[in-house]
Design a binder for this molecule. Structure first.
Ligand code: ATP
Length: 479
């Protein structure tokens, strides 16, 4: 029987096995920041590679790597200076700060856990209808929502808190030198729209894709990698002719859904959530959500944004950001379909999706427990592990030769310590899809066993064929 488990179990495995560590842990940690360890960095890289291939190995999308620091006017044009804020409320007793909407959402969750669904529905409806900080304040006060820290209900009013991190360029820290750490990667794409179009000789419909770090001074960080202050995003802006946005929105919502399936994420842990309220410029928006152990949470947003972004940058920069068709003389500011996914949030979804605690029954009826990370093979941090069955009779030499040869093409582990069953368990726990064992027969006929992580079955194959077998299986998984 298999069970999936809580964030705590996943957090503890992450640290123990070197997927993710708390940032600056020896100094007590820095809230909202995490470090990716030796296995985590491989998994994250594989997820990013998979996205990069899906988005740019085609003839209508090109890549970009824009700088994190940008001209401050960019963030005025984009609306981030004026509006990129969350509603914040302070508790006067504990001095704890909360995002007002999250405080209400958590309260709704508690009502539901207690079976008070009618009350929960009422508060949820009020939250959906809330259009101002005052509305949020009234919901908190009218329902006497307590501070989770002090249990009291003495609240300040709700006010806006801008999520952008400020810093300064150059040696003088004054208002004229203020710049921001980018809170999203998208603006680097918008401001380079014309550069990329001219340099690549592309015409709409075409897209620009980028992977990079983003920073948001989130009021509350929580749930491990879900909401952090430093994270990585993978965004693509697809520039199209006005009038074709519905068709392209539909295309991208399918493509992006299918990408999550290609990562091995089970369909029943994914759902689509169309936005109920749209920004004034938006024509459509939908999130893809994943069933995290704490509940459903957004992993990606797909947005039909009209010509809002390019239009704003034209207005603020005074530069034309249009496409001119030299044949038809058609001239327009392209509309944009945006796909915005968190690389680090997807990492967490992939980890939660893969994690299983399983009781396995041997042929003799004895049972054993195993933790297994069922990563899609192409995402696994280590593709294969090589073991000599015993450390004598030429087996270590044969195993080392196989390991050295496979290591040229794949991330491979070599393990000689403990009984073979224990070595399999260690690899299961980090999600290695294939374990290769060199035994007595290898010495006589050059064959080895290859054991599958999920079915735990073993096949005997020629050691010479291993490279090809592993390559084929990884390729098959990435389709
Ligand atoms: P949320 O509502 O969860 O704050 P958002 O709607 O503001 O997210 P976008 O601005 O659309 O998110 O960003 C696109 C993606 O970037 C999100 O779907 C998510 O995967 C990721 N992301 C956004 N904020 C964070 C964060 N603080 N930590 C980790 N990932 C994030």
């Amino acid at each position: 029987m298999a069970t999936t488990s809580s964030i705590d179990a996943i957090l503890s495995l992450s640290k123990r096995k070197g997927f993710v560590f708390q940032s600056s842990e020896i100094y007590g940690g820095l809230n909202g920041c995490w470090d990716f360890g030796p296995l985590g960095v491989e998994l994250l890289r594989n997820i990013k590679d998979s996205w990069w291939k899906a988005m740019t190995y085609r003839d209508d999308i090109v890549g970009l790597d824009a700088s994190i620091l940008m001209h401050p006017r960019v963030w005025e044009a984009s609306g981030h200076v004026g509006q990129f804020s969350d509603p914040m409320i302070d508790n006067k007793t504990s001095k704890a700060r909360h995002r007002a909407d999250n405080l209400i959402e958590d309260y709704i969750g508690r009502l539901r856990t207690k079976g008070k669904s009618a009350d929960a529905d009422k508060v949820e409806a009020a939250l959906a209808a809330a259009s101002s900080n005052d509305d949020l304040y009234r919901i908190i006060v009218d329902n006497a929502i307590p501070d989770p820290v002090s249990g009291t209900t003495d609240w300040t009013e709700v006010r806006n808190f801008n999520l952008m991190f400020e810093t300064h360029v150059g040696p003088v820290a004054d208002a004229s030198s203020t710049v921001y750490l980018r809170p999203e990667t998208a603006q680097g794409i918008f401001v380079n729209f014309k550069n990329v179009m001219d340099a690549s000789r592309l015409k709409p419909p075409f897209g620009i894709a980028q992977i990079g770090k983003s920073f948001r001074n989130e009021i509350n960080t929580k749930n491990f990698l879900f909401r952090t202050r430093e994270f990585e995003q993978m965004e693509m802006q697809f520039f199209i002719k006005p009038g074709s946005e519905d068709e392209w929105f539909e295309y991208w919502r399918q493509e992006r859904w299918n990408w999550f399936l290609s990562l091995g994420v089970s369909q029943d842990k994914l759902r689509r959530k169309p936005h109920e309220r749209l920004a004034h410029y938006a024509k459509a928006a939908e999130d893809i959500e994943f069933a995290f152990p704490f509940g459903w949470g957004e992993v990606e947003g797909i947005h039909s944004r009209t010509d809002f972004d390019l239009g704003r940058h034209q207005e603020y920069s005074g530069k034309k950001l249009e496409f001119v068709d030299t044949v038809t003389k058609d001239r327009y500011t392209p509309y944009v379909i945006e796909t915005a996914v968190g690389a680090t949030r997807t990492f967490m979804a992939v980890l939660c999706n893969a994690y299983e605690e399983e009781t396995i029954t041997a042929e003799d009826g004895t049972t054993d427990q195993r933790v297994v990370l069922r990563f899609a093979p192409h995402l696994a941090p280590v593709s294969a592990a090589v073991f000599p069955l015993v450390n004598k009779d030429g087996m270590p030499e044969a195993a080392t030769a196989i390991y050295t040869s496979l290591r040229k093409s794949f991330r491979v582990d070599y393990d000689t310590s403990g009984a073979i069953g224990r070595r399999y368990r260690r690899q299961d726990e980090v999600g290695t899809p294939f374990c290769i064992t060199v035994d007595g027969q290898t010495i006589s006929d050059g064959t080895v066993t290859i054991r599958d992580r999920d079915t735990m079955t073993q096949e005997r194959v020629s050691a010479d064929a291993l490279d090809e077998i592993i390559r084929r299986r990884l390729q098959h998984s990435s389709r």
